[in-house]
Write a protein that binds this ligand. Structure first.
Ligand SMILES: [Zn+2]
Length: 447
């Protein structure tokens, strides 16, 4: 909007005549506007309504920091000497007042900080380098953690890109306040693909809280080395269990940096391996039938996929029917299915019983004559010592698995993240316990 368009109304918040009715009304308005904006240490100078660029009304609230908040460095908040006025007035988007868009306007002077040099002065209503007020940003971040990105962007009259930058700023501030690596004992290390498998994140989850505690772009020993650098030798020495998938580079770094910790294999990876092997069996049979000219039979086998990979408890009536017919008509496919299910049973049983089931599974898979499963039996044998650690220590954690699933969904969401940092910030917001409370409500930490 143009600052010079004729206002629809203008509320002078400072009376010209001392003690007049005007001054009293003005002061009252100023207080109400300050409460609506959710700001402290701020003086409201005027409220003006104008035409927004695309039509509609915008309230422009002119403000200034109060005496205690004036002339402070935007990096360290030390009081500094003024430097210049830089480029005049700046604007910040605030939360709507009802259905009316709100813009906060103020001078943007620069100060000279002894440590940080010439910087824009801090303002009490917004984070440094933001074009939004704090309440707007906290609301945007909370919404981003709880609703689809397109909904958040439309509701807040902004773009997903802006919401994503807000999340990055809010998370950066919140992570500066808590030490997420304190008190770690049992952790899970994982790698997650994004950008259609062209890039990777290495993530660390606390098994005891289910929280994401660390993430960085990359998937190699240098990336993971940075986690152990941040953790430090003393705290690395306090880790008791570290779970991972079959990636040797993770095992190597963990053995070097936390040799006392028991390495375990994450159950959901092993079950995923069995599901992949089953898929391979199904595709192989489909291809054989096609090659033999039995198109209908090939289509029928191809259509069994969901009945086969879902947990039996989640099957629909139709899927149970499909499974029963596989049992009667397709021995090899049904064997693959049973092998997948027994692998799940291994981790549900855990301990001695789990070990016995696993030994049985290995013997069965080896003589199954299903190449995908004989191959998987070799992989499982190779990881047997750390698989037994998993069974003996019951390291099958529903919360860390939920976090893992959530991260995978996040990386597949339809809207993109403009940088790995934006994706990590979003992951920290939703699974790292760094989601702010909604402004004006009782403070609470979201998990
Ligand atoms: Zn400073």
């Amino acid at each position: 909007m143009d600052g010079h368009t004729p206002s629809l109304f203008w509320v002078p918040v400072f009376g010209r005549r001392q003690g007049s009715q005007l001054e009293k009304d003005g002061v009252r308005t100023s207080t109400v506007v300050r409460v609506l904006l959710g700001v402290e240490h701020t003086v409201v100078e005027s409220v003006e309504a104008g035409q927004a660029a695309g039509g509609g009304v915008v309230l422009v609230v002119r403000v200034r920091p109060d005496r205690s908040a004036r002339s402070r460095c935007s990096r360290c908040h030390r009081r500094c000497k003024g430097y210049d006025q830089e480029d005049g007035r700046r604007r910040w988007r605030g939360l709507d007042f009802g259905t009316v868009a709100v813009v906060v306007e103020a001078e943007a002077p620069r100060v000279r900080c002894r440590v940080h040099g010439v910087v824009v002065a801090a303002v009490p209503w917004a984070r440094a380098k933001s074009r939004f007020t704090r309440d707007f940003e906290d609301t945007a971040a909370w919404l981003a953690a709880h609703a689809p990105g397109s909904v958040v962007a439309e509701l807040l009259r902004t773009t997903w890109r802006s919401v994503s930058s807000v999340v990055t700023r809010v998370v950066a501030e919140a992570s500066g306040r808590v030490d997420r690596l304190a008190g770690l004992r049992r952790i899970g290390i994982d790698e997650i693909a994004f950008r259609k498998g062209h890039r990777y994140l290495t993530t660390v989850v606390d098994h005891d809280t289910g929280r994401l505690v660390w993430a960085a772009e990359g998937r190699n020993s240098q990336t993971l080395g940075r986690f152990f650098d941040a953790l430090g030798a003393v705290r690395a020495g306090q880790l008791t269990h570290v779970s991972a998938d079959g990636a040797e580079w993770i095992h190597t770094v963990v053995r070097a940096r936390a040799p006392q910790a028991l390495l375990c294999l994450d159950p959901y990876h092993v079950v995923a391996w069995a599901t992949t092997a089953l898929d391979e069996v199904r595709r192989g049979i489909t291809a054989e039938l096609k090659a033999a000219g039995r198109k209908d039979a090939a289509a029928a086998v191809a259509g069994t996929r969901w009945a086969l990979v879902r947990n039996p408890a989640d099957l629909s009536a139709t899927q149970r029917g499909t499974l029963a017919s596989v049992k009667d008509t397709n021995r090899r496919l049904y064997t693959g299915y049973l092998l997948k299910e027994q692998m799940r049973a291994v981790f549900e049983a855990k301990g001695e019983h789990g070990r016995a089931l696993l030994a049985g599974w290995l013997a069965w898979a080896r003589r199954s004559r299903l190449p995908a499963f004989t191959k998987l039996a070799k992989t499982v044998t190779r990881f047997l010592p750390i698989l037994r650690n998993t069974l003996d220590h019951g390291l099958s954690n529903a919360r860390s698995e939920a976090t893992h699933t959530h991260l995978r969904v996040l990386t597949r969401r339809s809207y993109g993240f403009h940088s790995p940092e934006a994706l990590i910030a979003m992951a920290m917001l939703t699974r790292g316990g760094l989601c702010p409370a909604l402004p004006g409500r009782t403070a609470q930490l979201s998990t």
